[in-house]
Design a protein around this ligand. Structure first.
Ligand SMILES: [Zn+2]
Length: 219
């Protein structure tokens, strides 16, 4: 297969990480998460990494220009030879335009945008029910996988209250959903003429969803 450039979209809790890993294993391509790339550049202490560190430490937002610089550096790594998946990028029109410019220099282009769709109500149910043991961190879900004995951790026996991550609280989940829909609409508009966006049903077991992802990429 010719090198692929896949943009992976999906709401929180859609299993995007699992599907990205499956794609990496199947095609031998790189999984590029901008969060990871920013942290790696920072750790490596490159010129751009130092700029990222200064901005993150001051609590600021990393500019599109800086994100693009980091992505450009990352795409020069040899593990991208067979292609790559972009996860969490682009998120703005400026980033999409910048990405196109970088890809042109590399004689590549976006080949597919896969949007793993899960209804908002399902996402809310999956995320707002997540809990973990306050003592050992064992994961639970109030509806799908509660502790066997109410109020007692299966793993460590602690009777401490289960805790919820701030990110999984209803208002935060709703804000994350709004952000996801905004980015998806923006990219759908930007890449409209290429007909590159493939929406797939993200409900079902992970193998079935993966089969749909593969079909969207190869079909
Ligand atoms: Zn526990």
């Amino acid at each position: 297969m010719a090198p692929v450039v896949i943009i992976l979209l999906g709401p929180p809790g859609a299993g995007k990480g699992t599907q990205a890993k499956n794609l990496v294993d199947k095609y031998g391509i790189a999984h590029i998460s901008t969060g990871d790339a920013l942290r790696a550049a920072r750790a490596a202490g490159t010129e751009l990494g130092k700029q990222v560190a200064a901005i993150m430490d001051s609590g600021g937002l990393v500019s599109d220009e800086l994100v693009l610089g980091i992505v450009r550096e990352r795409l020069k790594q040899p593990d991208t030879a067979k292609g790559f998946i972009l996860d969490g990028f682009p998120r703005t029109i400026a980033q999409a335009e910048g990405l196109d410019a970088i890809l042109r220099q590399l004689d590549r282009k976006v080949t597919r945008i896969v949007d793993i769709q899960v209804a908002d109500a399902v996402v809310r149910g999956r995320l707002t029910g997540r809990r973990s043991c306050g003592k050992c961190g064992a994961p639970y879900h109030l509806e799908f996988s509660p502790p066997k004995v109410d109020g007692v951790c299966d793993k460590c026996g602690s009777t401490a209250a289960l805790v919820q991550r701030a990110d999984d609280m209803a208002e935060k989940v709703d804000a994350r959903l709004v952000a996801y829909h905004q980015v998806t609409e923006l990219l759908a508009g930007y890449y409209k003429q290429g007909g590159l966006l493939a929406a797939i049903d993200g409900i079902g077991n992970m193998d079935d969803v993966f089969a749909r992802v593969v079909k969207a990429i190869e079909g």
